[in-house]
Design a binder for this molecule. Sequence first.
Ligand SMILES: O=C(O)COP(=O)(O)O
Ligand SMILES: [Mg+2]
Length: 234
Amino acid sequence: MLKALVTDVDGTITNRQRRINTAAVETVRTLVDAGIEVVLASGNTVCFMDGLCKMVGTDGTIIGENGGVYRRGYSGTLRVPGDKKTCLAAFDVLKDYFAGKGVELELYSAQYRFADVAFARNIDPDEARAVIRDHDLPVRVLDTGFAIHLQTPGVSKGAALAELAREMGLSPSEMMAIGDSENDIEMLEAAGFGVAVRNAPAAVQAAADWVTEGAYGDGFVEAVKKYFNDFEIR
Ligand SMILES: O=C(O)COP(=O)(O)O
Ligand SMILES: [Mg+2]
């Protein structure tokens, strides 16, 4: 039986423009009201996630910064498996490289981040990967479709899911995960049942156990409806 749902945010319960799908919000509330824990798992910052949890109506359990941080409930201890210093050092190398080509990198909410670095998608992520490789830097480049992130190896939403499951007294096999992007791959693999929404790229769909017909929030709602009876109602 499934006991918790772990869902990505951007591209999974929002549309391409980051507008939240209101039916997806209702669906999350239906789960929460049935006693099923819903974990929001995102590349976004903790403060963003806290506001989102409050307004959607979850208990504040989050995975943020692509697994760079996670926390059980609003008052739980914030765990920070990520390493911001390493990511920032790699970012400086990228910044210099792209400045040399006349392209400025735009950091996203750097002052609110504990673990990863996020910046605008005005460069080719594969070119950034090549620079990281050439300089032998210990970070990986993630393109979420909404931002590019730098993250230390071993840190992922999937690794955070496994740690969080332990804190919640659950097994990852009792969790369903839903996502849309390459920062969700490890999470879809770690969960007992992984779902990709239709807008997910092929590599993400391949990591999932099932792919929805609908895209974005419509796909999210479709997946929860289809598997609702596999959740243990308390
Ligand atoms: O922060 C991002 O780049 C994307 O966020 P997401 O993980 O909720 O899709
Ligand atoms: Mg996403």
